[in-house]
Ligand binder design. Structure first.
Ligand code: PRP
Length: 188
């Protein structure tokens, strides 16, 4: 599969890796639309807060919010992972917390990808400690085989294997986040 719009970022050169398209812009648009309707159906008439985990979830969070036919508010947090710990508390720390209160709110936690689950586990604990009435987890990609800790995922765009994905918010050393599709860097 190739991206329809010519894009020098996915061509590959002697020094630049090629990017194999995993999910095209069109596939993402269609899937996120379905997910937005599904979330709205499950939430009924509440006004949820969509909490995006920066930076990887930025595109997904915004598109999911636009695809949800409800009043939705937005908030963001940023965490940092380090080390190879197997417990969330030892390997993830808060960089930037929510700006608003989530006490009594119904939260839809938006992630670009759930991998080991450590980031998500840490954030879920944090949201519960802040008194969220409910937390649902929506992720564009779910790397199920990579889990180190069990975490609930309520809505997943796609389940994938252990692949290093870029694009649509996700990066390799901060590059490729603005690609309109999700791809895998090819070995040269
Ligand atoms: C990625 C991704 C998730 C996290 C998942 O973020 O966006 O937040 O890793 O990994 P885990 O399940 O193994 O904890 P990253 O740390 O790459 O930061 P970024 O979102 O700013 O790119």
């Amino acid at each position: 599969m190739t991206e329809s719009r010519p894009d020098t970022r996915d061509a590959g050169t002697a020094t630049e890796p090629a990017i194999r398209v995993l999910f095209s812009r069109e596939q993402i648009t269609a899937r996120v639309r379905e997910m937005g309707l599904e979330v709205a159906r499950d939430l009924g008439s509440v006004t949820p807060v969509y909490v995006g985990v920066l930076k990887g979830a930025c595109m997904f969070q915004c598109d999911l919010a636009r695809a949800t036919p409800l009043d939705v508010t937005l908030d963001f947090l940023s965490v940092s992972s380090y080390g190879n710990g197997t417990t969330s508390s030892g390997s993830v720390r808060m960089i930037s917390d929510l700006r608003g209160e989530v006490t009594g709110r119904h939260v839809v936690l938006c992630e670009g990808v759930v991998d080991s689950g450590l980031t998500l586990s840490f954030i879920l604990e944090h949201l519960r400690s802040r008194g969220a009435a409910s937390v649902r987890v929506a992720t564009l990609l779910d790397k199920v085989p990579c889990r180190k800790i069990q975490v609930p995922v309520d809505y997943a765009g796609w389940r994938i294997g252990d692949e290093f994905v870029v694009g649509y918010g996700m990066d390799a050393a901060e590059r490729y986040r603005n690609l309109p599709y999700v791809g895998v860097l090819e070995e040269s």
